[in-house]
Design a binder for this molecule. Structure first.
Ligand code: KIV
Length: 272
């Protein structure tokens, strides 16, 4: 098997900042296992997020709330093994950092030590300031996440676009500056008006990665299952399908079943 080891320079948090400074857009996708991480890394993705969206697309839950720290570490271990070039960021799951900064530090240290990932991501602004500060002080790179923060879905009550009202938009802009001042290396902005994304991206030196945040931010992230058309009945405006893997997989499996039933598989060449 060929490998990219040594051929590509690894993506670092510093490199992402340089990309923003040079106007080079950053590509980011979620990944949850070794095999897909290998494919995405070889395709040249810059950042792989071991998202807590694993709770939805891997475990079939309605929200990201049920996934545990142990589950996240397990997914991250596989992704890290599949990657030669991309920066691997791991979501710190609900319930493992909101309590206090000691809990946050303990959880992030476990993620870094046990998975070998390169950075963590936490949802929220000023509310989790102490945790972010403490984790960064320990030498762990932190990516922020503002706008629609799915771990707080029961507080919002809906997955609709965030920060459309002035008060919420102002809080988001000031949270973004706070996260930069605390030392976050990047921030995900989820489901906010494009012009707010533009304004916030222009006010920061660190890269902003958007999901439903319009074209003016410094990079884009999507959930891999959505981009590849594996998930069904999820068609938010910000999503572009780049493949119909659901259809391709269904067709392949139908052919396999049909070949078994007809006695066409295995043939003589496929037998010992
Ligand atoms: O968990 C996830 O997939 C995420 C992305 C939506 C940014 O946080």
């Amino acid at each position: 098997m060929s490998t990219n080891k040594g051929v590509f320079k690894k993506i670092t948090t510093q490199k992402l900042r340089e990309m923003k400074a040079n106007g080079e857009k950053i590509s980011m996708l979620t990944a949850y296992d070794y095999s897909m991480a290998t494919i995405l890394d070889r395709a040249g993705i810059d950042v792989l997020l071991v998202g807590d969206s694993a709770s939805n697309v891997m475990a079939g839950n309605d929200t990201t709330l049920p996934i545990t720290l142990e589950h996240m570490i397990w997914h991250a271990q596989g992704v890290v093994k599949g990657v030669d070039r991309a920066l691997v960021v791991v979501d710190v799951p609900f319930g493992s950092y909101q309590g206090n900064s000691s809990e946050a530090l303990r959880s992030c240290i476990r993620i870094m030590k046990e998975s070998g990932a390169h950075a963590v991501k936490m949802e929220g602004g000023i509310e989790i300031r102490e945790s972010i500060e403490r984790v960064i002080k320990a030498g762990i790179p932190v990516m922020g996440h503002l706008g629609l923060t799915p771990q707080s879905i029961y507080k919002f009550g809906t997955y609709t676009v965030r920060a459309q009202e002035e008060e919420e938009a102002e809080k988001l802009a000031s949270d973004a500056i706070l996260l930069q001042d605390l030392g976050c290396f990047s921030i995900v902005l989820e489901k906010i008006p494009a012009l707010l994304g533009k304004q916030v991206a222009a006010s920061l030196n660190i890269p902003l990665i958007g999901i439903g945040a319009g074209p003016y931010v410094d990079g884009q992230v999507l959930v891999m299952h959505d981009l590849l058309g594996i998930t069904q009945n999820f068609k938010p405006r910000f999503l572009r399908h780049y493949a119909d893997l659901n259809g391709i997989i269904t067709g392949a499996v139908e052919n396999y079943i049909s070949d078994i039933k007809s006695g066409n598989f295995p043939n003589a060449d496929e037998s010992y």
